[in-house]
Design a protein around this ligand. Structure first.
Ligand code: SF4
Length: 699
């Protein structure tokens, strides 16, 4: 491997986008990275790469790149120096009660920034209100795993184990578009004679490769799992993975989910249920992988729980090649949910509610344990509280690496809330839609301008290495957080002499936590990546984690009875489901600006449904829900269910104008991105869209 310094022609680092975290060599010319080469020793991608990764450098010196702080003056964002920007922070935040300030982070932040952001919120700002956009991604799967086995490490095994499955159920996981390098594993399974089902309301590239496709109604994946458990019980296939709490209740509950009921609720045939059930019963190593399809619901935790229960009760959970696991989405979606930017969490996947955990971290941070705030608002609740008077409301918000104006549920309402704040401070490197309405924008660092670590979808920690310094007056994000602490007069604990000092503190902070990285160092990671826990410098890493005894008080798992109901629709309403496109990423701040990643927003509708509504391909259609309306051209999509409409969420003033900002999963606090009742209207017959007031351009 090349030496990773600023002066060598190549630098080994990781992709800024999805949770595969492909490793790249960046080739430098005259000090700037100019080319990406995938590396054959990447533990997941094995030298493959997708177009997003190959094009990732295009944004590096984008004309809109933020290179100086911008302060809103006279309604316009105006370039200012750092001294003036930090004086604004001092005056703005220093005069507010801590509980009136919120922090909104990101699953794209490195582990070190995740750690520092949580520390900054709780020690420098002293606010309880910090959460992040990963709440919109993995939260339901994470909640189900945590309450069942006490921890969540995504796959829980090396990706190379995937091909040892003889039956793969991809539940709401369109990996061909969202995690393309995983397609080589699907091929591997089929080459070995295995079977793959794609369970998705849309036919996708993934379902074509899988060869077997079931298209249940959106919001009914968990009921399908209950139907399978019902059959496994009837057929004598219950062989629990290990003793566990709650098994009898879960099995009794499954008695109600006979194939006729499940077929009706899911919009499938009884034969579909029996065929899938037989395949599962006969498989030696059935593996269930969930994506955002079953997770991004207001009953997402219980939906995942239903699949997890099935894997556990049939003896496959934790088995090599089999079991259950979620597929993480965001680049550092795994590490981002472990190290303290969640509202109830401390580093190392510790709980802010646990007295021992609080004491451990308080000692490291040299503050009294009682000074650490209690858990605050979760992500959507935090955004809903912005600009609200009275108890629980927020007057100021710091956003880093996230764009809730596009990505939050009920984006129209959220945008109004953010505009009602007295202070909206955004740290970013491109003028996202959220940055454009900020009162202060601080220019931060891009992926190849910073050191750190990320944790991929298999819980593997890898180094991200700096190849170039940020342009102009832009600063590395970790330095900005330290600068903010100093501006607030609370520099103690934020005076790291260099990045390595912060990184070493981060690794130390995880010692004794469930997500223990304390045996890691940059030097060790230069030799090899490692899957956590890694508890000592000389000790091994842990490729497989989902095995008893589990990280629960008595070492036993606890299965929970899923409380699921099939969604109902009013006459003429359809199911609106939102999702991703292959060459876009999240809110599109980077990828919509990237000329190599052309894409356009459309509304995917089955041709029969379009005909019933008087719509043809390319016609503008207005989608209306109880929460808003949005208009886009029709794309006729024969592979979609007739009762379902699909729209991607990468564009502003679009998909998330239609989603509900208030209904949340009771366990994961996830909004319902995947099922919203919607009606279709030819745009020429509808009233004009209520437009957002125009956004002030970034100077
Ligand atoms: S987006 Fe994901 S699959 Fe594509 S190059 Fe980046 S890490 Fe790899």
């Amino acid at each position: 491997m090349s030496q990773a310094t600023l002066h060598t022609p190549t630098v080994r680092t990781t992709c800024p986008y999805c949770a595969v975290q492909c490793t790249f060599d960046l080739h430098l010319e005259r000090g700037l990275p100019v080319k990406v080469t995938p590396t054959k020793d990447c533990p997941v991608a094995h030298g493959t790469v997708c177009k997003k990764g190959l094009a990732a450098l295009n944004d590096l010196r984008h004309p809109e790149r933020l290179t100086t702080p911008l302060l809103r003056k006279g309604g316009e964002l105006t370039p200012v120096g750092w001294d003036e920007a930090l004086a604004y922070v001092r005056d703005a935040l220093g005069s507010l009660p801590p509980e009136r300030i919120g922090v909104f982070g990101s699953g794209s932040l490195t582990n070190e920034k995740t750690y520092l952001l949580g520390k900054f919120a709780r020690v420098a700002l002293r606010t309880p209100h910090i959460d992040y956009n990963g709440r919109y991604c993995m939260a339901s799967a994470s909640a189900a795993l945590n309450r069942t086995v006490g921890y969540d490490r995504g796959l829980g095994f090396p990706a190379d184990d995937l091909i040892r499955s003889d039956l793969l159920l991809l539940v709401g996981a369109n990996v061909a578009e969202t995690l393309p390098p995983l397609m080589q594993y699907l091929k591997g399974i089929k080459d070995r004679g295995g079977t793959i089902y794609a369970i998705d309301p849309r036919a996708t590239t993934t379902s074509k490769v899988a060869g077997r496709h079931l298209a249940p109604r959106p919001g009914t994946d968990g009921i399908l799992a209950l139907g399978l458990l019902h059959l496994m019980k009837q057929w004598g296939r219950i062989r629990p993975t290990a003793p566990a709490h709650g098994m009898a209740q879960v099995l009794a509950h499954a008695d109600d989910y006979h194939p006729a009921r499940v077929a009706h609720d899911c919009g499938l045939t009884e034969e579909d249920i029996f065929t899938l059930g037989r395949a599962y019963a006969e498989s030696r190593t059935p593996l269930i992988l969930t994506g955002r399809g079953p997770e991004q619901h207001t009953q997402g935790t219980d939906t995942v729980q239903a699949w997890l229960n099935l894997a556990f009760l049939t003896g496959h959970f934790g088995k090599v090649g089999g079991g259950y696991a979620p597929l993480t989405g965001q680049g550092n979606g795994q590490g981002g949910r472990e190290h303290g930017q969640k509202n109830d969490q401390l580093p190392g996947a510790r709980s802010l509610r646990d007295h021992r955990h609080r004491a451990e971290i308080a000692a490291l941070w040299n503050v009294p344990a009682e000074a650490l705030p209690q858990p605050g608002h979760s992500a959507q609740e935090l955004l809903n509280a912005c600009g609200q008077p009275g108890e629980g409301g927020l007057d100021a918000l710091i956003v880093i690496g996230s764009n809730p104006v596009v990505s939050a549920a009920g984006a129209g309402q959220v945008t109004q809330n953010l505009k009602a704040l007295r202070h909206l401070i955004v740290i970013d490197f491109l003028p996202s839609e959220t940055a454009q309405i900020a009162t202060l924008v601080l220019p931060g660092s891009m992926w190849c301008e910073e050191d750190g670590t990320t944790t991929n979808l298999e819980g593997r920690v890898q180094r991200r290495r700096r190849a170039v310094t940020p342009p102009g007056a832009a600063r590395e994000d970790w330095r900005i957080l330290c600068d903010l602490a100093a501006a607030l007069g609370r520099p103690h604990g934020f005076t790291y002499p260099d990045f390595r000092a912060l990184q070493d503190e981060f690794f130390r902070a995880t010692r004794g936590g469930k997500a223990d990285y304390s045996g890691l160092s940059a030097d060790r990671l230069d030799r090899a990546s490692a899957q956590w826990p890694v508890t000592s410098a000389a000790g091994p890493d842990t490729p497989h984690v989902y095995a008893p005894p589990f990280l629960t008080p008595d070492g036993l798992a606890t299965l929970h009875v899923p409380q699921l109901r099939a969604p109902t629709l009013a006459p003429r309403a359809l199911h609106l489901t939102t999702g991703r496109l292959g060459n876009q990423y999240q809110s599109g701040t980077q990828t919509r600006r990237n000329p190599a990643l052309k894409a356009e927003q459309t509304v995917q509708i089955h041709p029969d449904t379009a005909r019933e509504h008087g719509l043809n391909a390319g016609d503008l259609v207005t989608l209306r829900t109880a929460h808003g309306q949005a208009t886009a051209p029709v794309a006729l999509t024969p592979g979609l269910r007739r009762d379902t409409v699909f729209i991607s969420f990468h564009w502003p003033d679009s998909a998330n104008l239609l989603t509900d900002p208030h209904a949340l999963d009771p366990h994961s606090r996830m909004p319902g991105f995947k099922t919203t009742p919607v009606t279709l209207h030819p745009a020429h017959l509808t009233l004009p869209l209520p437009t957002r007031p125009s956004l002030s351009p970034v100077s």
